[in-house]
Write a new protein. Structure first.
Length: 139
């Protein structure tokens, strides 16, 4: 069995961003040489997320608007976490909702997706360097 590991690094310009990382994951699959197996993609930070959905800009705006209603950034005093000197209590909650990781089957050297599925990195406390782990196992 083959095993492959790579870290992708992101430093977003904005506090909130959704980035399609599917092409980067596909490149990792090519580099790994795995034809049949599993691909884990997970955020290594507690204020960012990895998830699967459609790459449609209206949906992305809907996500960000919905998340801001569920866990608004301001006023920052509303979050107990922010009493530690942070201002990202909302980002922790947004990450919890959107999830830490995805696992996708690899079949014939390709991500085995359903229609319209893509992998996204969700940043909820950006403007600093963060990483995503890619772990691929298989034959």
């Amino acid at each position: 069995m083959k095993s492959y590991r790579k870290e992708l690094w992101f430093n977003t310009e904005n506090r909130y961003e959704l980035i399609n990382i599917t092409p980067l994951v596909e490149e990792c699959i090519r580099e790994s040489g795995v034809r049949d197996g599993l691909c884990l993609v997970n955020s290594m930070h507690i204020t960012s997320s990895v998830f699967i959905n459609d790459d449609e800009s209206g949906l992305h705006r809907d996500y960000l608007r919905w998340l801001e209603k569920l866990a608004p950034h301001e006023p920052i005093e509303r979050y107990e976490h922010n009493k530690t000197g942070e201002d990202n209590g909302d980002a922790h909650l947004k990450r919890q909702i959107m999830g830490r990781e995805v696992v996708v089957a690899i079949t014939n050297g390709q991500l085995d997706f359903g229609p319209w599925e893509q992998i996204f990195y969700g940043e909820f406390d950006g403007r600093r360097r963060k990483r995503v782990l890619i772990k691929i196992i298989g034959e």
